[in-house]
Design a protein around this ligand. Sequence first.
Ligand code: SF4
Length: 211
Amino acid sequence: MPKKHPKDAAELIPDRPTIASIRAAAKDCTACDLYKRGTQTVFGEGSSRAALMLVGEQPGDAEDLSGHPFVGPAGKLLDRALAEAGIDRAEVYVTNVVKHFKWEARGKRRIHKKPNAGEIAACRPWLDTEIALVKPRALVCLGATAAQALLGKSFKVTAHRGEFITSSLAPVVLATVHPSSLLRAPDEETRRRETKRFIDDLRQARRALKL
Ligand code: SF4
């Protein structure tokens, strides 16, 4: 009998879910067309009791190939920023609003393409379940896609980065830029300055958690 492909990710979430069981279930997700393009589902990782959850947009090229979130250049920058902010990545749960890599070909390269509202909505049951299971004390949105998905379409990271936002998602919620934006800085001085601001935003979360 042909395999059933649910169009709603929520149908794949097992009764009494755990992070391990939803990660396994998400491997078979076909709730939007991105599963056809990505190599594999890249689910969130980290301690299921993490005090701090970081939510980005979607996996990139390196993440798609490895199957792990935040392992490419932006992930390495994030690791350094977390260390500078005094946060142990082992204590953090990292995930994305969309679990498959959306890309378009440019020559031999696969270039990141922003997920659309339908893809973000289709993937939302996975993220909602991750948040419900981990119950982070602080949640940090990395970049506009994550911030607008979780805090509302009109949320502007440029205007409100590093501010504490009242939200039912977690006791402490804030948004900052995505580390990949730091890699795209036009010059070294801008990159240094913006990286420092990024680290300061992460420090805000750490202080609020009293880590
Ligand atoms: S991006 Fe999300 S909703 Fe779409 S197929 Fe992948 S896991 Fe499912």
